[in-house]
Design a binder for this molecule. Structure first.
Ligand SMILES: [Zn+2]
Length: 293
């Protein structure tokens, strides 16, 4: 087998692993993995919630999704996922030198219907924050936008956005909704989606293993990802092993090696690099997108 064919085989097989860690360059084992090093991560829900979800039940569904990960961290991990207060924040991303929150929010309007095509925000990739709208692919269910140091892989901020402009998010149990959506059926389940996104939040990439919470797509009516699979559990127990340091994939890089490294804009694979981060060459953002299968 040629080296190229070997590499391809490894990459393809690797996609079916019990878990796949997010990397600075996705799928490239020569680059660092993404991981948190702080012992406690606070996350906040945006007070706006999702007006289309019945009786504000989306807040509880998201809390339960975080709790299912927190239960694993409590059993065998080294960090705590802590719910902070509900906040009015509507911006995803990371602003250096400012107070940043790991926010969970729903976008209920699509930017293409709100923002002129000539608006500079499109090129800057800031329309979503500027106009509080969904500015990514309209077929995407949700996005986890993670900001990390590209040398060390250390995560500094992660925000989860739900695409409520295109999908009806529900919290009920029951059969798959057949339009119209009622209160007793499942369309796009909040907890199912959130549990998957929180996997990205803690440093997991997709795996093609269909039984995994980190399988990259979800059918309408699906609730199976509410339950975290054994592979994703193993990720927590080994990468964030209780009593130990969070595990890098390459040689560890200390936090204090970070510092302002201004003087240019990194364009290396930074398809979602926004102006906020442009002056900060080390910082990159990663968008993990979900599709509907
Ligand atoms: Zn995903």
């Amino acid at each position: 087998m040629t080296p190229a064919a070997t590499l391809l085989a490894v990459l393809v097989l690797g996609q079916f692993d019990p878990y796949v860690r997010s990397r600075v360059t996705p799928g490239d084992d020569a680059t660092q993995c993404l991981y948190w090093t702080q012992p406690s991560i606070t996350w906040n829900q945006s007070s706006f919630g999702n007006p289309d979800t019945t009786s504000d039940t989306e807040f509880e569904a998201i809390r339960v999704a975080f709790q299912s990960w927190e239960d694993i961290f409590a059993a065998c991990g080294n960090l705590t996922l802590r719910q902070g207060p509900v906040i009015d924040e509507r911006k995803a991303g990371y602003l250096r030198g400012q107070q940043n929150q790991n926010v969970v929010l729903f976008r209920t309007k699509v930017c293409s219907a709100l923002v002129a095509a000539t608006d500079a925000c499109w090129k800057a990739e800031t329309c979503g924050n500027q106009y509080d709208c969904w500015d990514d692919d309209e077929s995407t269910l949700a996005i986890t936008l993670t900001t990390y140091d590209k040398r060390s892989g250390i995560i500094y901020d992660s925000d989860i956005s739900f695409n409520a402009s295109q999908y009806v998010f529900t919290t009920a149990n029951g059969p798959t909704c057949f339009p119209p959506v009622t209160t007793n059926c499942v369309s796009t389940d909040v907890q199912n989606t959130a549990t998957h996104e929180i996997g990205h939040f803690v440093g997991l990439d997709h795996t093609r293993l269909a039984s995994s919470t980190m399988f990259p797509s979800a059918q309408a009516g699906e609730v199976s990802k509410r339950t975290i699979d054994s592979g994703s559990r193993d990720f927590v127990c080994s990468v964030y092993a209780k009593g130990g340091a969070s595990q890098a994939c390459l040689h560890p890089v200390m936090n204090d090696e970070l510092g302002p490294k201004g003087g240019g804009c990194s364009a290396t694979g930074a398809s979602s690099l926004g102006p906020v981060l442009m002056a900060w060459v080390l910082w990159r953002r990663r968008r993990a997108r979900e599709g509907r299968s």
